[in-house]
Design a binder for this molecule. Sequence first.
Ligand code: PLP
Length: 421
Amino acid sequence: NAPIAQADPEIAALLDGELRRQQEGLEMIASENFVPRAVLQAQGSVLTNKYAEGYPGRRYYGGCEVVDQVETLARDRAKALFGAEYANVQPHSGAQANAAVYQALIKPGDTVLGLALDHGGHLTHGMKINFSGRFYHAESYGVNPETYRIDPDIIRQRALETHPALIIGGWSAYPRIEDFAAMKAIADEVGAKFWVDMAHFAGLVATGLHPSPVPYADVVSSTAHKTLGGPRSGFILARSEYAKKLNSAVFPGQQGGPLMHVIAAKAVAFAVAGSAAFKDRMQRTLDGAKILAERLSAADVKANGISVLTGGTDVHLVMADLRNSELDGQQGEDLLAQCGITVNRNTVPFDPRPASVASGLRIGTSALATRGFGEEQYREVADIIGTALAQGTSADTEALHARVIKLTEDFPLYPGLDQID
Ligand code: PLP
């Protein structure tokens, strides 16, 4: 039972290296966040030892009296946080939650209609080589080519053309709020079920800073680790009429034993997300994204052929459009990496470049809000990004990196956790 530094110095050194990487850079990947230490502790706990196939009170293993309480707490907290009648906290990941939703709501071969991957949809919303595109007949809707927004008229037209059994809301790379009421009305009109994957904006929904899909959707799925700031994992919410089907789709449909240590960490995260401090964090996240969108709309950035998709943002991310720039997505990502800022390249709708290079940058503000950033720090980071993108390959990345280091020192991440032992 030696600590990891002795038991496995190679891995211990890598854990230290990753901690330092996170501490010394600015994390702006829109799907990432920093979990509280309580979540790290729950995930690193003895609950990883326990098999608990089944559900609380109906397990296929003995010795589940403690983990039953953990899972019940996690479920109750999820239901209370989002105002849902039913919660399943067992999905190991967002993708597995989504696989269970398909299994519960429709049959293989049925038609589904989701946002196109290259317009900001997710792999599990019908990509050809994902299970969703292989086992189901996947059709898609795109954004409005003029506004770049998800447009209920377009969804309705596509729904009337394709007769889906399931309409999918939610996205991975899109900067605006969707109209869930309109999407539900379209689903009703064509006799489809309506599912919203709120993985990206769940933290905003939890704090009332984004409309909730729960009153409209038949089923809502999510990850716990993006804006919500919990452990890497998934969960599902629904009206109680879907409880039986969803429970059996998760277990035994998609998974074996639940990860009880991760479920405990989810319970912690749901409790945190109900706090006033978390609401303040989500508000700073939104304010930061607006500040960034404003800076990236300035004349010097525009002069380099870069614009902000939809002209702004309602959520925790900004989509920079580099289609008319000398910089492609890969170069933009690399340039910001040289400044100590991690973002990811992403296709933009109607992207002429291949996805491996792409013409977009997806830049998120949630992890920095967790680090404590407020308006002043977001103005500084927005200016660093704006200056780098405006100046492109001639940017003084060393000077910009020095400004990043100052921010990381002023807002230390996991202070006191300097060493994994
Ligand atoms: N759903 C959406 C909308 C996502 O953006 C993601 C992750 O990027 C997922 C599901 C999948 O989550 P996971 O990576 O946990 O499988």
